[in-house]
Design a protein. Sequence first.
Length: 291
Amino acid sequence: ATPTALVAGTGSAAKAGILIRDIETLERATDIKAIAFDKTGTLTAGAPEVADLYPADGVSAVDLLSHAAAVETGSEHPIANAILARAEGSGVAFKPASDIRAVPGRGLTGMEGQINIRVGSARFLEEAGIDTTRLGKNIDLNGAGTLAWVAADQRLIGAIRLADAIRPEARTAIAELNRRGLQTIMLTGDNQATARAIGEMAGVSDIRAGLLPAEKLDAIRELAHRTGGHVAFVGDGLNDAPALAAASLGIAMAGGADAARDAAAITLMRPDLRLVPAALDVAAKTRRTIR
Ligand code: ADP
Ligand code: MG
């Protein structure tokens, strides 16, 4: 590898908004056959907003928001930002809960006085023995958007629907990858209904929902195995770091977590998914240049 060629290759890539962080990893990234995407923050803008509040019978929307916000003060998840913004924006009073614990890919718990508040996926509440089906008649389970369920001790107090917009260029970018004959896959911790809505809009060939962070990693390992080590993964979150490191080519989305950038061979400097096919080209070109 001549230093000059290396600088030239990475220099032109940088101009296009593609930062090559790790030349060694790039060396492994020959003809990619499958490319997997995280959903939240990668295929979507990652700045969800509260779209609906579904308080349980006997609970007010204000109380639902206030309890959820108290616990979300302990989280940096985009869902937490959305709930806190809505509570603050509508003047709902809340005090940060104490003893807040985050369970990655599931949600959070915290204490408000003697009361244990739990916020997260349906699975997270069900695992604690809380029946989420009881809200059934009040809620449109097939609507678009992620649901954050809220319980006080063992009582379900409601759910909050969050809507996160798909990135406007997602469909074009995925279409280009499909056109090249790559298998495109979306991996997400979110529920089936939301995953299907976003995945179909984006045009990915395969959708896998309800995955815990460790299961995303397993999915990448399985894809690596099946493609003979020719899988790329695009992600932005702290949770995505292991999958980014395990992929033949890890691509970190602009604006994501430091840990994601550190684990990826390539970082996109603009949040534009059309840079993903460009990054595959850059990886191939840089490799040719440095050989
Ligand atoms: P994704 O794979 O879409 O980036 P995550 O793995 O971060 O999603 O989260 C999976 C699910 O866990 C979310 O859809 C949500 O239901 C729940 N969850 C995770 N963190 C939180 C949080 N801070 N507040 C409420 N729910 C959460
Ligand atoms: Mg994400």
